[in-house]
Design a protein around this ligand. Structure first.
Ligand SMILES: Cc1ncc(COP(=O)(O)O)c(C=O)c1O
Length: 385
C-alpha cells in the first residue's frame, strides 16, 4: 500500500520533483549550478510577488524565522508579537532570545488575529517591528494578512511575516501589501524535501539591516546577497544542492498549473476537508472565518485518542495524519492539505477516517465524510477516485 502523506509538512514530493533531486551531485560553485540557483530564486520571487531579491538559506523554517529577526532588529527594540498558536509563540521566543523587548499578545487558539487588535496596540505604543504568522499550522488558522498590513498602515513598525505554511498555497502579495520580511521553507507548499528556506526583505527592511545590532553571522542576508551578486551566482555557504534541483522542478509544476489555480485548489481542498469532517460528526478547531486553506486541526471525538485514530488510519489505510500540537496535543489531530495534494487524496483520507471512527466505536455513517467531500469537489473528483 502506498503511503499518503497528509501532515502539514513535509508534504508529498511528486515523482518529477523526487527524480530531479536524485541527479548527481555537482560543484555548487559552477556555472551549471549558478543557473539552477538563478532559476529557483527567480521562480520563488514570482511566488512572493516582489521585486526584491530572494535570499536562500540551508535551513528549516525555524532558522529563517531567526534570520528575519536578527537581520532587522537590535537588542532592546520593542517588538509586538501577535500569536494565535505554537508557531506565533515560537517567533516571539526567538525575538526574546536575541534581546528584543517583546510584547506578546496571544489570541484564543482557533481564532485569528483581528486587524483591530493590531491597530489598538500600535496606537498605545511605538514598536520597531510586528511579528505575525500568516498561517498558524498548530490550529489551522489563516490570518487576514492583507488586513493586518492595512492596520499597520504607514506606521514605521516593520511587519515580519512567517509564511512557512502559506506561501505558494494562500494568496500573499509582498510588495502590494507592504510586507517587510517574508519567510518560507521548501517542504511545505513548494512540495520539496526539507532543507532550503527563503527570505525576502523590503527596502525598509534592508535599511534596517544596515543598523540592526543583534548578533548574526550565518543568517546575515547581506552576506548572502553579496555572494548571489557575484558574476558566478553562488551562496556564501554550501547550499542544499539536491533540494535546489527539486525546487527547480517543483516551481515548474506550479507555474504550469498556474499560481491562482494552485491557490484555488488549496481553497477547495480545505472546504472539502471541513465538509468531510463535519459530516463525520467532528468539529474543526478553527472558526469558519479563520479556516486555513492548508491545514485543518480537528477536535478528537469523545473517548478517542490521537494515537488510536492517527495510528489506525496510517496502519490500515496508509494515510498519514498528524497529532495535535502544543496545547492541542491529545485533544486534536491535523490533516495537512498543503502542496502537491489532489482531491482524490482528500477523498481517500475521508474514507479512511470514516472507517476508523466506526472501528473505534464512534456512531458515524462511515461514508458520510467521503460523500460530503465529493459533493464539494463535484463530478471531476468523483471520477478520479
Ligand atoms: C507556520 C510555521 N512556522 C514555522 C515552522 C517551523 O518550520 P521548521 O519545522 O521547518 O523549522 C513551521 C513548521 O511546521 C510552520 O508551520
Amino acid at each position: 500500500m502506498d503511503e499518503l502523506l497528509l501532515i502539514p509538512g513535509p508534504t508529498p514530493v511528486p515523482a518529477p520533483v523526487r527524480e530531479a533531486g536524485s541527479r548527481p551531485m555537482t560543484n555548487h560553485r559552477s556555472e551549471a549550478f549558478a543557473r539552477v540557483l538563478r532559476t529557483v530564486l527567480e521562480g520563488v520571487r514570482e511566488l512572493y510577488r516582489t521585486r526584491q531579491p530572494v535570499i536562500p538559506y540551508a535551513s528549516s523554517g525555524t532558522g529563517v524565522l531567526e534570520a528575519a529577526v536578527v537581520n532587522t532588529l537590535s537588542p532592546g527594540d520593542r517588538v509586538l508579537t501577535l500569536s494565535c498558536g505554537a508557531f506565533g509563540n515560537r517567533f516571539s521566543r526567538i525575538a526574546r532570545a536575541y534581546g528584543a523587548e517583546v510584547t506578546h499578545v496571544e489570541v484564543e487558539w482557533g481564532t485569528g488575529v483581528p486587524p483591530e487588535l493590531l491597530e489598538e496596540h500600535l496606537k498605545k505604543a511605538d514598536y520597531r517591528a510586528v511579528l505575525v504568522t500568516h498561517n498558524e499550522t498548530s490550529t489551522g488558522v489563516q490570518n487576514d494578512l492583507s488586513a493586518l498590513a492595512g492596520a499597520r498602515g504607514d506606521r514605521p513598525a516593520l511587519l515580519l511575516v512567517d509564511a512557512v505554511s502559506s506561501l505558494g498555497a494562500i494568496p500573499l502579495e509582498m510588495d502590494a501589501w507592504g510586507l517587510d520580511v517574508v519567510v518560507t521553507a521548501s517542504q511545505k507548499a513548494l512540495g520539496c524535501p526539507p532543507g532550503v528556506s527563503f527570505l525576502a526583505a523590503s527596502e525598509r527592511a534592508w535599511e534596517a539591516h544596515r543598523t540592526a545590532r543583534m548578533p548574526r553571522y550565518y543568517w546575515d542576508m547581506g552576506m548572502v546577497q553579496d555572494a548571489l551578486r557575484q558574476p558566478l551566482t553562488q551562496t556564501p555557504f554550501t547550499p542544499a544542492v539536491s533540494v535546489f534541483y527539486s525546487l527547480e522542478a517543483s516551481l515548474e509544476l506550479i507555474r504550469q498549473e498556474g499560481y491562482e489555480a494552485v491557490w484555488e485548489r488549496h481553497r477547495l481542498l480545505s472546504e472539502a476537508v471541513r465538509a468531510g469532517v463535519r459530516a463525520l460528526g467532528l468539529r474543526p478547531v478553527a472558526d469558519e472565518r479563520w479556516a486555513s486553506w492548508t491545514v485543518t486541526a480537528v477536535w478528537l471525538p469523545e473517548g478517542v485518542s490521537a494515537e488510536a485514530l492517527v495510528g489506525r488510519v496510517r496502519e490500515r489505510y496508509g494515510v498519514v495524519l498528524a497529532g495535535g500540537q502544543g496545547r492541542l496535543e491529545g485533544r486534536a489531530f491535523r490533516i495537512g492539505h498543503l502542496g502537491y495534494v489532489r482531491p482524490q487524496d482528500i477523498l481517500r483520507c475521508m474514507e479512511a477516517l470514516g472507517a476508523v471512527l466506526r472501528e473505534l466505536g464512534v456512531a458515524v455513517e462511515p461514508q458520510a465524510g467521503l460523500e460530503a467531500a465529493r459533493r464539494v469537489f463535484g463530478a471531476r473528483a468523483a471520477q478520479a477516485v
